[in-house]
Structure formats: structure tokens, C-alpha cells
Ligand binder design. Sequence first.
Ligand SMILES: NC(=O)C1=CN([C@@H]2O[C@H](COP(=O)(O)OP(=O)(O)OC[C@H]3O[C@@H](n4cnc5c(N)ncnc54)[C@H](OP(=O)(O)O)[C@@H]3O)[C@@H](O)[C@H]2O)C=CC1
Ligand SMILES: O=C(O)CCC(=O)C(=O)O
Length: 398
Amino acid sequence: MLDTVDAGKLFLVGKVWDIPGAAHLLRYYAGAADKIHGETLKMAQRMHGYTLKEPVGVVGHIVPWNYPTTMFFFKVSPALAAGCTVVVKPAEQTPLSALFYAHLAREAGVPDGVLNVVPGFGPTAGAAVASHMDVDKLSFTGSTEVGRLVMKAAAESNLKPISLELGGKSPVVIFDDADLDMAVKLVNFATYTNKGEICVAGSRVYVQEGIYDAFVKKAAELAKKSVVGDPFNPRVNQGPQVDKDQYEKVLKYIDIGMREGATLVTGGKPCGDKGYYIEPTIFTDVKDDMSIVQDEIFGPVMALMKFKTVEEVIQKANNTRYGLAAGIVTKNIDIANTVSRSIRAGAIWINCYLAFDPDAPFGGYKMSGFGKDMGMDGLEKYLQTKTVVTPLYNTPWL
Ligand SMILES: NC(=O)C1=CN([C@@H]2O[C@H](COP(=O)(O)OP(=O)(O)OC[C@H]3O[C@@H](n4cnc5c(N)ncnc54)[C@H](OP(=O)(O)O)[C@@H]3O)[C@@H](O)[C@H]2O)C=CC1
Ligand SMILES: O=C(O)CCC(=O)C(=O)O
């Protein structure tokens, strides 16, 4: 509800995806909290040694507006399970749910000072968290540009370790043997989920030549069926862009796409004359170096491209500065394995998309950042290893 008001997120999707996902994550890390331990070391010398896993201390979390609930729990759940205290800086567009979750945590008995939410603007509140000498670790999700700034601030303050989950321009590769209807639905979901305001949007779609024409036709038909409107209405499947800036950014990219020579197959216009609604959009005749293929648009815009061979599509899929995720649709296990090993991205989804799970580490390669959220990797980053050594009995040390 709060994210629908703040971000234009579909109310129904919040109920069946974001909130249950947050609960799964909390349960997963609650189960891990009492299983954190170091190891006994073998030691080459006559010494007894072991390691302790200790919380890193105070963690700063700077999170974006596109998934306010999900991002809050991606960050906070493992940090608390590791024994850290946290300071969360939500995005200025969407601070309400983070404040509400902090209130719930207090009601549930989390002691004061453990889970702190500090709303405010990025260049002031966010920068203060990133450069604070008493913040021991920073985990950031947002744009690559701000990722650079917070990394610099961390380096120039107390050298706090950081993890960055940044932008993406993820490819989805559809092979000739795919079930056409399933592949069209998958790509529609990959591109338009959350009105395209999702870091793993699979908006760069490569379709093998044998099914390309049929695919374009069906993808356009499905996009046209989308109901865009009030995010509280359960029949609507695409709400408004988060704000005027984002709305204008998406329309600007649509304009750039047309000026660069891509063919607009469907969409491309605002929906209605009130609110930040944009039609689900598809471009074809797209070249690899066009801005609509290289830049993260963060809106409901799909670029459809044709390919012939496995080698060609691997090269095209990797022709990006990002490396967050990729989708592959095929019934051929050899192709699926080969392509998934060859794409430089942190998550590969075969015959599915957005397949998040609490146990599955998530984070990028290349300029999509480094460090993982979720899974045991997501817990590990909030821990540090202390080594304790003592000579064995009757072993002179000096
Ligand atoms: N990877 C992802 O999930 C996301 C990617 N993006 C990409 O970024 C583009 C721009 O979106 P935008 O909201 O501007 O993303 P930002 O990267 O600006 O925002 C992410 C978070 O960083 C904060 N922030 C901004 N500037 C600073 C700073 N100097 N120091 C510390 N923290 C700061 C923001 O605060 P505040 O907003 O309150 O000022 C927000 O909490 C989008 O169009 C999209 O392409 C955006 C959101 C999520
Ligand atoms: O879909 C989700 O639950 C997570 C989305 C996400 O990771 C993101 O956009 O940053």
C-alpha cells in the first residue's frame, strides 16, 4: 500500500510478490543467525588456531525507489542476522515503507539503535552515510553514477568495504526451438515488470531468425493487451513511472530510438493526458550500438533483435558495459549450458526470468557492481573473520 502510494507499484503485486518475498528472506536469515561460526585451523606449526566470524559493525544501506520493500529486506535481514546494526537511507521518493518497517521492528522488540532509518536527499543524507567514519560497511543499490560517488566517499573516509548493486541492460536470448507463446510471455514479464523500473529488466531481446517474425507479431499483440492505469486497480498490469524525471527520461529514450533509426512496432506514447503513464513499447531494426540497446532506460521499452548462430548471440549479449542478469529460452541443454557459461552476468535464468530466491546470491558483474545480496554470500559480506592462535602446551614461542 505505502509503496503503491509512493512508487506507483501495483498493489496486487506488492501483496503476492514483494511482501511474501520479504517474509521469506527474513525467515531464511533468521534461520541462519544461530549457525554463524568460524573454523578450527589445521596449522602447520605446533599451534592451536581457530577463526571467529564477527559482525562488521555499523552498516550503512543506501537503497533506491523502485523496490522499496524488497530492497529494505535484501539489505537489512542479513545484516541483522550477522549481528550488525544498520542505518538505512531510503530514496526520497519512497521513504514510507522503510519507516513503517522500522516502526514494526520496534514493536516486535528490536532494541532502539539497532535498526535506524534516516530519510533525506542523496547528496546530503546519503553522502553523510557513505562518508561517515563510524559506518563500518556500506551496501548500495542504485545507479552506476551514484555507485561511483559512494565508492569514492568510502575510500576517502575510513576505507569502509562496500558492495554495489547497480544498473543493468540484461539480454534475453530466445532460440528457434522455444515454445513461442511461453517465450513471448516470458519476455513481456522480463521487460515490463514494475513498468520496467527494475534493475534486471530483460529489455534487450535476441530472437533466432527462424521464429523472429512470428515472435515480433505475438510480442506486439501481447504488449497491446496490457492495461495501463491506476495501480490500485486489480485489473491493471502496468502503473505509472515513479516520477516526472523518470517519465521524461523514458520518453526521451523512445524519441532517441526513433531518431537513431529503430522501427517502433507498438507503444511509444504517453497513456492518457494525466499521470506518468507510458505505453508498453517495442522497437525492432535495432543496431547493437544504439542508445536504446546500450543504456539502462528503466521504463517499459523493449529492443527486439534477430540473430543466426549461438556464437553470434553470445558476442551480442556480452556487448554491454553491464552484467547483472540474462535469460535464455531453449529446450536444448547443450545450448543452455554453453550460453549460460559464456555470458558475463551475475544471474542466468534458463526458461524463466526474475527467479529470485532467498538462497540464491544476487549481484552483478562488470559495471553492474560487485558483492551479493541474498544467499549465504549475502550474509558473509556483513561478517569479518578474526583469527585466534595460541602455541600448544610445552611449545616455546620466544
Ligand atoms: N540498480 C537499481 O536497482 C536501480 C537503478 N537505477 C538507475 O538509476 C537511474 C537514476 O535513478 P536515481 O533514483 O536517480 O538513482 P540514484 O542512484 O540516484 O539513487 C539511489 C539512492 O542513492 C541515493 N543517492 C543519490 N545521490 C547520492 C550521493 N551523492 N551520495 C549518496 N547517496 C546518494 C538516492 O537518494 P535520493 O533519491 O533520496 O536523493 C537513493 O537513495 C534510474 O533511471 C535507473 O537507470 C535507479 C534505481 C535503482
Ligand atoms: O524483483 C525483485 O524482487 C527484485 C528487484 C531488484 O532486485 C531490483 O530491481 O533491484
